[in-house]
Design a protein. Structure first.
Length: 256
């Protein structure tokens, strides 16, 4: 039985760190970062706890002492938020692979923009799946661009709005084993993926696409829709770490 999202046990910090320790063993971390004092695993843990508590950099100094018994300055934490930006997408997508084997009925792709205090916006694309039995929506891949999207092999319907009426995306969806229920735009993409979409597309079936909007709704409800950052690098890292927190909570739910 999957734990309900209002079950307080799934927000236990010790459980979050335990699951993180389990999944980090299966992740290949960047070898070129070489932190002098702290391991990359510890840095990631600190960032996860920071976002879990929606903590400021200064408050995280105290939390690091509480949970890890170390004194780590806010400048060090901020440094690694910036430094991890080129690597964070690969790290998160490796972690999300842990969710690929969960039961599901539908697969979706959607995008949204997150804004920061510098008034710039970061757009991300997320592939999610929906377990209709347990009513759980969970991410399986995330990207800053459509061209870099990871679409794992699967089956059933794959939903997307007109933004994904794209030859490369449609071909990738069909090649991965799905039925593309992706809205056609006026221009209309070409290719074998588009041909299959045109044959099977049904407006009534497409209405299910709205399910995927619950993912970004869940992220916004927990963390807010605006990040307290100015730099693009720190904004991206914090967005992706929030996805890690979300995924870890999903893992806990399926364990309880």
């Amino acid at each position: 039985m999957v734990a309900k999202r209002w079950n307080s046990e799934i927000y236990n910090v010790k459980e979050l760190l335990r699951v993180f320790d389990n999944v980090i063993e299966n992740i290949v971390l960047p070898s070129n970062l070489n932190p002098k004092k702290y391991s990359i695993e510890l840095i990631l843990k600190v960032l996860v706890i920071k976002e879990f508590f929606k903590s400021s950099l200064r408050a995280m100094e105290n939390l690091a002492m509480v949970y890890f018994g170390i004194k780590i300055s806010k400048s060090v934490i901020h440094f690694w938020e910036k430094r991890l930006k080129p690597h964070i997408s690969k790290i998160v997508n490796q972690l999300l692979k842990q969710l690929w084997n969960l039961n599901y009925n539908e697969t979706f792709i959607d995008s949204t923009k997150f804004s920061n205090k510098g008034k710039s916006q970061i757009k991300i694309h997320v592939v999610t799946r929906y377990d209709s039995v347990n009513k759980v929506l969970f991410p399986i891949s995330i990207s800053l661009s459509k061209s870099d999207l990871i679409i794992p092999c699967g089956e059933g319907n794959f939903y997307g709005d007109g933004e994904y009426d794209d030859r490369e995306v449609l071909n990738k969806v069909v090649k991965s084993g799905y039925n593309p229920i992706i809205k056609k735009t006026k221009k209309g993409a070409r290719g074998y993926g588009a041909k299959k979409r045109d044959k099977i597309f049904d407006k009534n079936v497409y209405k299910k696409r709205s399910i995927c909007e619950g993912f970004f709704g869940g992220i916004t409800n927990r963390f807010g829709d605006r990040l307290n950052t100015f730099l693009e690098s720190t904004t991206i890292t914090r967005i992706f770490v929030r996805i890690i927190v979300y995924a870890l909570i999903i893992m806990i739910r399926y364990e309880l």
